[in-house]
Design a protein around this ligand. Structure first.
Ligand code: 3PG
Length: 390
């Protein structure tokens, strides 16, 4: 695909698709990471004499105007990150008339043509610009007018953040330095089957953590009391283990866990052996991996050159059930700081968990993407990337 370096930007109107779908509470942005990460692209285009119209979505208004999903509430955080004024344009007509060199269009999902990937709507957008630049990797799994159809109507290129995301993901999975491993955690195996199936064919080591590990352990015969588990996926779990063995990927499951009767702050908890013969009481549940598991994971990490991290290893929102996630994340961070490991993390709760461990800064790369990170790791073609020609 082309980048900004391939484009003559001087005097051109650039339609820049960004993802500033950030968490907002009571009208205030609570995590501006996605906004901060688009700054280099905006600055670069302006510095080369281009005019920028930012196209972005916020929430899921389903083609209707929903007042509290206006992008206006993100404007102050955007202006702060960019260190300058940004003109807010409430409609396509207003965008066509705007005079300044930097403007933000209202939530593009207020238009039904956006999610329908409607060609006519994409043409209306295309009329507002000379060049299309996509910097929204985290929305690239959506085939929408501003991420897909529009790219086919104007000279198109990837922005700086899109480039960074794609090269980090390629370094992690497409062309990794080996051995390469992954931590895949999170609550449910049902949301991560495609991911696991792809990864076991590409990795040397796979650490399975979080609630989804329960389903694997139960499939192997463990009795895990009232732990979160998905009996419908026992066979899938066994298939994934068999595939991993065939492909030469070592799977690490928790050998012990922190178990409690309540998922609450300060809940009484103890360490229980989980593998091979867990026999928890009916009212007990596993909420985190235990110390022997952490030691096992740390020693597996020690031999790795590349690590992919997706999902927490326990119910990290409530301490002490963040212990395994924090310890393993710190081990990965240390190896990264020492220069022996390339560590790439992304998807869902992952960044929050790594922030909680205080190590997000130490990872080689933290993706801004949730769903798009997962789909890329599943080996899927992302429509927003494909439309750029790569
Ligand atoms: C995200 O937050 O992951 C992206 O902005 C995509 O949002 P969506 O899941 O509503 O398409």
């Amino acid at each position: 695909w082309k980048t900004l370096d391939d484009m003559d930007l001087n005097g051109k109107r650039v339609l820049l698709r960004v993802d500033i779908n950030v968490p907002v509470e009571e009208g205030r942005v609570t995590d501006a990471t996605r906004i901060e990460r688009i700054v280099p692209t905006v600055t670069d285009i302006l510095a080369h004499g281009g005019k920028v119209t930012l196209l972005a979505h916020f929430g899921r208004p389903k083609g209707k105007v929903v007042e509290d999903m206006s992008l206006k509430q993100v404007l102050p955080a955007l202006e702060k990150a960019l260190g300058r004024n940004v003109t807010f344009v409430p409609s396509l007509d207003a965008a066509a008339e705007a005079q300044g060199d930097l403007q933000l269009m209202e939530n593009i999902r207020f238009y039904p043509g956006e999610e329908a990937n409607d060609e006519g709507f994409a043409r209306q957008l295309a009329a507002l610009g000379d060049i299309y630049c996509n910097d929204a990797f985290s929305a690239a799994h959506r085939a929408h007018a501003s991420t897909e159809a529009l790219a086919r109507l104007l000279p198109a290129c990837a922005g700086r953040l899109m480039q960074a995301e794609l090269s980090a993901l390629e370094a992690a999975l497409a062309k990794p330095e080996r051995p390469v491993g992954a931590v895949v955690g999170g609550a449910k195996v049902s949301t991560k089957i495609a991911l696991l199936e792809n990864l076991v064919n590409k990795l040397d080591v796979l650490v399975i953590g979080g609630g989804m590990a329960n389903t694997f352990l139960a499939a192997l015969g463990a009795d895990l009391g009232k732990s979160l588990q998905e009996p419908d996926y026992y066979d899938t779990a066994k298939d994934i283990m068999a595939q991993a063995e065939k492909a030469g990927c070592r799977v690490i499951l928790p050998v012990d866990g922190l178990v409690a009767r309540d998922f609450a702050k300060g809940a009484a908890h103890e360490v229980a052996q989980l593998c091979p013969d867990a026999r928890l009481a009916e009212d007990q549940m596993v909420l985190d991996a235990g110390p022997d598991t952490v030691a096992l994971v740390e020693s597996a990490f020690a031999g790795l050159r590349t690590l992919i991290w997706n999902g927490p290893m326990g119910a990290f929102e409530i301490p002490p059930f963040d212990t395994a996630t924090v310890a393993a994340a710190r081990a990965a961070a240390k190896q990264t700081r020492d220069g022996t490991l390339t560590s790439v993390a992304g998807g869902g709760d992952t960044v929050a968990a790594l922030n909680q461990a205080g190590v997000a800064e130490d990872f080689t790369y933290i993706s801004t993407a949730g769903g798009a990170f997962l789909e890329w790791m599943e080996g899927k073609t992302l429509p927003g990337v494909a439309a750029l020609g790569g």
